[in-house]
Design a protein around this ligand. Structure first.
Ligand SMILES: Cc1ncc(COP(=O)(O)O)c(C=O)c1O
Length: 412
């Protein structure tokens, strides 16, 4: 029997162009294509670019796209207008967020430690390592520790806590409010990576008093491959950076107060535009904005309710039909869960290749994680039940145990 939530989400599923015969459980890696995105991108190509040419910077308001799109993302992550811009990649935005946070901490402060989770997405850890080398005179110390050791490592030496809210492998979620409060109680700033949060459930950055945040546009936000990421700075920090006349983290011309004055001297713009660097990717922004226009009609509380219903159902179906062949890596407790379910199996790679060959698309993360993302906008309960049936059948018959499904290289 369909629930009222199933009925509510039917209207959104129709808005996505999903291929027949595919159960798509990888929207946590690359979101599906909204029908409106094809229309908007075609229009941006043919009319705005093809016909209106360079005039579109004004007539189609291309010039303000990073802020306009950022303001739409702000509504999904509990931020205010003017606090978010859509630009660059998450990695680059994290670099900018780290530099901005460091700009707020006096050079001679004894706080020099950046605390993060050793299981954080590697790019986050790499960016911090690169920054430590670039800013040698700040003598930054990186303390990457296990999740359970994070609270004990936040101290009077901590400059910045840098965490991804939902773990990309296990789907385990941090308590944003509690960890942010702990960082602040110790006088530190916090940067949240929302790659697996934005569009997965309602995020409440300002209600949690977050300082900076970054995240991807191509996962749950369905912006398309390579879609711009986003960066958030709390108004109090943007104002403080303005008051200090702090340099832009990357002083490209889009962070200039008057980019079209072509002044040889850099003067930083006020507000979140300080995070911009160069010419925005207009076609990618058109695609992302089309998806966000759909998102703005979605009730985020219902997204969370349905996400928990789908993930609970998947766990129950897999555990009922696959016995103890798989080990659940995702917490059962709702408040510790994002919108994905992960199971461990030593042959996880081959099993996932086998599932994909059957049209059930999830992904594999080394060393042994089978990862399934649940996006209520286009994943139904029927999909969940059928995906679990395929998985059970593959395991029971050992269909995965064939050379064509074995790992050839590390990339999935
Ligand atoms: C948590 C997290 N942060 C950052 C990234 C990378 O983002 P980008 O490729 O936009 O730099 C990913 C990609 O999957 C991710 O999962």
């Amino acid at each position: 029997m369909p629930t009222s939530l199933d009925t509510y989400f039917d209207q959104f599923r129709r808005e996505f162009a999903l291929p027949d015969g595919v159960i798509y459980l990888d929207g946590n890696s690359l979101g599906a294509l909204p029908r409106l995105s094809s229309v908007r991108v075609a229009d941006a190509v043919r009319r705005e670019w093809g016909n209106d040419l360079i005039r579109s910077w004004n007539s189609a308001d291309w010039i303000n796209a990073p802020e306009r799109v950022g303001n739409k993302i702000a509504k999904l992550i509990g931020a205010n207008d003017g606090e978010v811009v859509a630009c660059d990649s998450t990695s680059i935005n994290l670099f900018k967020a780290l530099l901005s946070a460091l700009a707020l901490i006096p050079h001679d402060s004894p706080r020099n430690v950046i605390v993060s989770d050793i299981d954080n997405f590697p790019t986050d850890l790499y960016i911090a390592q690169g920054l430590r080398e670039l800013l040698r005179d700040r003598k930054l110390e990186l303390r990457f520790v296990k999740r359970t050791e994070i609270p004990a490592n936040i101290s009077a030496q901590t400059a910045i806590v840098m965490l991804t809210e939902v773990d990309y492998r296990t789907g385990e979620r941090y308590d944003m409010k509690a960890i942010t409060a702990l960082a602040h109680d110790n006088g530190a700033l916090i940067i949240w990576d929302l790659a697996h949060s934005a569009g997965a459930f309602p995020v409440a950055l300002n209600a949690c008093d977050a300082d900076f945040a970054v995240g991807c546009g191509y996962k749950y936000l369905n912006g398309g491959p390579g879609a711009p990421a986003f960066i958030f700075g709390a108004t109090r920090h943007l104002d403080a950076l303005d008051a200090m006349n702090a340099p832009a983290p990357i002083s490209g011309w889009f962070a200039h107060a008057a980019p079209f004055a072509f002044d040889p001297v850099f003067r930083v713009v006020r507000g979140a535009k300080r995070f911009l660097v160069g010419t925005p990717p207009i076609l990618q922004l058109a695609s992302l904005e089309a998806s966000l226009d759909l998102w703005l009609n979605v009730d985020l509380q219902r997204i969370r309710e349905q996400s928990l219903a789908l993930t609970d159902l998947f766990i129950a179906e897999v555990e009922t039909h696959c016995g103890d062949a798989l080990t659940l890596a995702t917490p059962r407790e709702h408040k510790l869960r994002g919108s994905q379910v992960s199971f461990r199996h030593v042959e996880g790679y081959a099993i996932m290749q086998n599932l994909i060959a059957r049209g059930v698309i999830g992904d594999f993360r080394a060393p042994d994680i089978l990862r399934f993302g649940f996006t209520p906008l286009y994943v139904t309960r029927e999909d969940v039940v059928n995906a679990a049936k395929h998985l059970a059948d593959i395991l029971a018959t050992r269909e995965w145990d064939q050379p064509k499904y074995q790992q050839k290289h590390a990339v999935t």
